[in-house]
Design a protein around this ligand. Structure first.
Ligand SMILES: NC(=O)c1ccc[n+]([C@@H]2O[C@H](COP(=O)([O-])OP(=O)(O)OC[C@H]3O[C@@H](n4cnc5c(N)ncnc54)[C@H](OP(=O)(O)O)[C@@H]3O)[C@@H](O)[C@H]2O)c1
Length: 277
């Protein structure tokens, strides 16, 4: 059992479901996100899962893209609840679209939140975790962190970067007794996915339609299972497991498949346009 889990992005989706499961195991929990109202609603939900009255569930409003806000949030969580032995960086955003149509700010914001938000959180927690010579850091990447996907030019690089950070950091932190895990979730039914679906190019919709959809609670259970095994790589489901193990070999086949879907979509769109004109 973890004594104090700090979860960025713990007010919604996968992060919130992990918080609920950990609360059910007796952990104290600090959730960090921007929207205070959403945080308070999540706190009520998470609190219904606690198993003893001493458990602390606290909320901190902070933007993970802002280093000082992250440092203050981790400081506050440590002061109020105690030294964390678990950090989960689940805060993230995704705005799919056509590369040339998306404003540059989307690329900058996605990298700032998804990648630097994770990096700032890890850096802020280490000064209190390292002296304890124990702890676990779990970074949420994505299947889109293993292979580039049509329509995801802002998101994929931010998730590739998390993979790079986790892989290079793992060995360094092992020497301090701190474990690192990196998670590659497939599509999961959360508010983020709902948002994505609003701007996803038609081609991307067809490409991603072939994979199944996980519920957030099943995803959270699978992530916790991997954490308990102390796995460095956590790949929920067979598809992600194969992709993680074989992505370089599979890339040409997946790219061929994506190109095929893109061509078919363009062709059918052109037919519809010419029929309507
Ligand atoms: N859902 C999927 O299909 C899927 C698949 C693969 C990977 N993932 C990854 O899993 C993680 C969780 O995603 P989810 O689907 O559970 O999303 P979600 O339901 O939209 O939750 C995202 C959380 O991140 C917080 N957040 C966003 N921007 C933030 C910022 N700048 N500072 C602080 N907190 C911020 C949100 O709260 P506020 O908006 O209030 O800040 C919210 O609590 C993300 O990293 C996502 O990329 C999701």
């Amino acid at each position: 059992m973890w004594k104090h889990a700090i979860i960025t992005g713990g007010s919604s989706g996968i992060g919130k479901e992990i918080a609920k499961l950990l609360a059910g195991e007796g952990s104290n929990i600090s959730i960090i996100a921007r929207n205070s109202q959403k945080l308070e609603v999540a706190k009520v939900e998470i609190t219904t899962h606690v198993v003893n009255l001493e458990q602390k569930i606290i909320t901190i409003s902070a933007d993970v893209a802002n280093r000082l806000e992250v440092e203050n949030a981790i400081y506050q969580a440590t002061k109020e609840v105690g030294i964390p032995d678990l950090l989960i960086t689940a805060a993230g955003i995704s705005y799919p679209g056509y590369f040339r149509e998306l404003p540059i700010e989307i690329f900058e914001q996605t990298m700032a939140i998804n990648y630097f938000g994770s990096l700032y959180s890890v850096r802020a927690v280490l000064p209190v975790m390292e002296p304890e010579k124990k702890g676990h850091i779990v970074m949420i990447s994505s299947g889109a962190g293993l292979i580039g996907i049509y329509g995801y030019t802002p998101y994929c690089p931010s998730k590739f970067a998390i993979r790079g950070l986790a892989e290079s950091l793992r060995g360094e932190l092992k020497l301090s007794g701190i474990s690192v895990s990196v998670v590659y979730p497939p599509d999961t039914d959360t508010p983020q996915l709902e948002e994505e679906n609003k701007t996803k190019p038609l081609e991307t919709n067809y490409i991603t339609a072939t994979s199944g959809l996980w519920s957030a609670v099943d995803m959270a259970r699978e992530i916790l299972r991997g954490m308990r095994k102390n796995s460095f790589v956590i790949t929920p489901g067979l598809e992600m497991t194969l992709l993680e193990k074989l992505h370089s070999l599979l890339a040409p086949i997946i790219q061929w498949y994506m190109d095929l879907i893109v061509m078919k979509t363009i062709k059918s769109e052109n037919t519809i346009k010419s029929e309507n004109s």
